[in-house]
Design a binder for this molecule. Structure first.
Ligand code: PRP
Length: 182
């Protein structure tokens, strides 16, 4: 493996950890959705890396589509007010839909998305989140059916997660050095 990026102080999940998590989630999802041709809905941009790996670990027939949302916040915290920037190209009425997210923080983005997609009358609607942030004293607004790992409330980047659009291409999840963002 290449050395640690100089802006990263420690690794939370290595490439091997990630691969094991993805294989486990893919096997579980594949078994649950066998014969149902689910539509995987990836939420741009962060979920792209995880989605690309996860869909190859799911061995049942599936489709994939993308949504882009933008949340009105201060740039670091989401406000819960979400705007659809790119909608699905696929009709989901009567379809089994699985939303794939890279990280669930407050859960506000997902909570909005679930309400929005629910109104289109899918047959089922579930969430696969690669990471769930554990914030002491706070319960997320959404409980994903499939969770990769719980992570502490630190500034993490990599495997799709960015800071100012950087670091998404790191193959691991790491903690950003505070001097980079402060
Ligand atoms: C991140 C992440 C989730 C959301 C989670 O997206 O991908 O969509 O924030 O936060 P929440 O649970 O507090 O709502 P971001 O808005 O940073 O966009 P990105 O995917 O393009 O990085």
């Amino acid at each position: 493996m290449e050395g640690l990026h100089p802006d990263v102080e420690s690794i939370v999940l290595s490439e091997d950890d990630i691969s094991q998590i993805v294989q486990r989630m893919g096997a579980e999802i594949g078994a649950d959705y066998e014969g149902r041709n689910p539509l995987i809905v990836a939420v741009l941009r962060g979920a792209v890396v995880f989605t690309a790996d996860l869909m190859r670990a799911i061995h049942c027939q599936l489709g994939v589509d993308f949504m882009a949302v933008s949340s009105y916040g201060d740039g670091t915290k989401s406000s819960g007010v979400v705007r659809i920037v790119k909608d699905l190209d696929t009709r989901i009425e009567g379809r089994d839909v699985l939303i794939v997210e890279d990280i669930l923080d407050s859960g506000l983005t997902l909570s909005y998305l679930m309400k929005n997609l629910e109104s289109r009358k899918p047959r089922s609607l579930e969430v696969a989140a690669f990471l769930v942030k554990d914030i002491p004293g706070k319960t997320p607004a959404v409980h994903p059916r499939y969770v990769g790992a719980h992570v502490p409330d630190a500034f993490i980047v990599g495997y799709g997660l960015d800071f100012a659009e950087r670091y998404r291409n790191l193959p691991y999840i790491g903690v950003l050095k505070p001097e980079v963002y402060s």
